[in-house]
Every structure is written in structure tokens, then in C-alpha cells.
Ligand binder design. Structure first.
Ligand SMILES: Nc1ncnc2c1ncn2[C@@H]1O[C@H](COP(=O)(O)OP(=O)(O)OP(=O)(O)O)[C@@H](O)[C@H]1O
Length: 246
């Protein structure tokens, strides 16, 4: 579903954010992308979702060439950014319907798909609620709903549960698992929560200073009786990244 070879990104001014990343995600997997602050997760995700052009490297995403055919890649993926995109004042049913039409669905198809997507995220009956009236957990479910009208095969989630309480996080994990089980959606997500990576993901990729430093299932990374937190710190060190960057 994702095959990337040698992906790199150097920003203007010479900041090398991602160095020679080679990775793959198989159809139907839920893969977690972990790394300290500033490690290169969002930059990699933005390249894989066509939002940022790699400085070098190639990738196939959802069956299409990232650099040669980005429009087709976009048609087959969904992307939920860290900040989401729910309007605080527009009723969410209206906004989702509009979103579906922007993806090219007819008015009737958009209505049917809106109802379907709201049901998938347990939001049925909330169509008339503006985003500003929703709880944090509901808002994240709406963010995901907005990424689904065109039935993407691959969903990118950038820190989907940051700021949610434990109940809302567990609830969102259930929804992500359901998307995979019932619709066959492959999921690639970033997270700083290692319990989330452990509970939700089939496989983890760990990035540090722009390079992949480990890959494996949670069980593989915990081999030798380590917790995932210990494994993460062993692989990426204990220095504080934000302070180091100052
Ligand atoms: N537009 C930009 N211009 C210059 N440097 C950038 C830009 N965007 C990101 N960077 C730098 O690239 C590096 C990787 O950033 P990125 O946002 O990908 O990290 P991250 O792993 O997603 O971090 P976090 O966990 O804090 O979200 C950082 O050093 C960051 O400062």
C-alpha cells in the first residue's frame, strides 16, 4: 500500500528533516510511525500524502506513483492533520455533504455517503451540530469522517488522539479498528503515545533525526522483557530534542 525508497527532504536553509527513508506498509495493516519531537514524522507523512515534494526518492502510494501521478494518489487516500479541519460554526452534516460533493459525488450519492460515514463514526443524529459544540472525541471522529467520503484505501492520521481523555482514545481506537475490519482501510498513523502504538498497531516504524532506526511489531520491539517506552528510549536516546534545537 506504501512503498517508499530513499525519501529525503531538505528545507530551504539546509535543514535536513528526512534522510533516505525506505519503508513499506502492506494492505490492511495499521502501522504506527513513532519518533521524538522534530524527528521527521509529519514531514514524511506530508510527502507521502502529496502535500510536500520530496527533495529526492520515490514512492508508490495506494498503487500510484507519488511523483508521477499525485492526483491519483490523492483520490485513493484520506489525510487527517494534527489540527483537524472541522468548522466551528457550520453544521457537520452540511459540511460533510459539501466535502463529498467536492470529491465528485453527485448530490444524491453525497447524501447517502454522508449518512454512511456518520454511522461508521457513531455520529448519526448529530448532523445539525456545528463543530464548535462537539467534545474533543466527537471532533476527532468528525475529522476522520471528513477524510472518508471518497472511500480511500489508505488513511493517514497525524496524532489522532492527542489531547483526548482515556475513554475517548480507546473509543477512537475501536473506530480505527472497525474501519480496517469492515472497509479494509489500511492505516498509517503517527503518535507519541506508546500504549496506543502497542494496543492499536500491527507494526511500528521508529524515526529519529530523519532516519528510520527500527521497525517491527510491538512484540518484536519489546523483545528481551523491555517495555515499549524502554525500547523507544534505547533506540532514540534521552536527550531533549526541543531544547537541543534552541
Ligand atoms: N517548513 C519547514 N521549514 C524548515 N524546517 C522545517 C519545516 N517543517 C519542519 N521542519 C523541520 O524538520 C524537522 C522535522 O520536523 P517534523 O515536523 O517532520 O517532525 P515531527 O517528527 O513531526 O515532530 P513532532 O513530533 O514535534 O510533530 C524539524 O527539525 C523541523 O524543525
Amino acid at each position: 500500500m506504501i512503498n517508499a525508497t530513499g525519501l529525503s527532504k531538505t528545507f530551504k536553509g539546509g535543514d535536513v528533516a528526512v534522510k533516505n527513508v525506505t519503508m513499506s506498509v502492506r494492505p490492511g495493516e495499521i502501522v504506527g510511525f513513532l519518533g521524538p519531537n522534530g524527528a521527521g514524522k509529519t514531514t514524511t507523512m506530508r510527502m507521502l500524502t502529496t502535500l510536500l515534494r520530496p527533495t529526492s526518492g520515490t514512492a508508490t502510494v495506494a498503487g500510484h506513483d507519488l511523483l508521477g501521478d499525485p492526483a491519483r494518489v490523492r483520490r485513493h487516500i484520506g489525510y487527517v492533520s494534527q489540527s483537524g479541519g472541522v468548522s466551528p460554526s457550520v453544521p457537520l452534516g452540511e459540511e460533510l455533504h459539501l466535502q463529498a460533493m467536492l470529491y465528485g459525488l453527485s448530490r444524491a450519492e453525497a447524501s447517502a455517503r454522508t449518512a454512511e460515514v456518520l454511522a461508521m463514526l457513531d455520529l448519526t443524529g448529530m448532523e445539525s451540530r456545528p463543530g464548535g459544540t462537539l467534545s474533543g472525541g466527537q471532533r476527532r471522529r468528525v475529522d476522520i469522517a471528513f477524510a472518508l467520503p471518497h472511500r480511500p484505501a489508505l488513511l493517514f492520521l497525524d496524532e489522532p488522539t492527542t489531547g483526548l481523555d482515556p475513554q475517548s482514545r480507546a473509543n477512537l481506537w475501536d473506530h480505527i479498528r472497525r474501519l480496517r475490519a469492515e472497509d479494509g482501510v489500511t492505516v498509517f498513523l503517527t503518535t507519541h503515545y506508546l500504549d496506543e502504538a502497542d494496543a492499536l498497531c500491527d507494526r511500528l516504524l521508529i524515526i529519529d533525526h530523519g532516519e528510520i532506526v527500527a521497525t517491527g511489531s510491538p512484540a518484536e520491539l519489546k523483545a528481551g522483557g523491555r517495555t515499549l517506552d524502554q525500547a523507544f528510549l534505547d533506540l532514540t536516546g534521552r536527550s531533549l530534542r526541543e531544547e537541543a534545537a534552541l
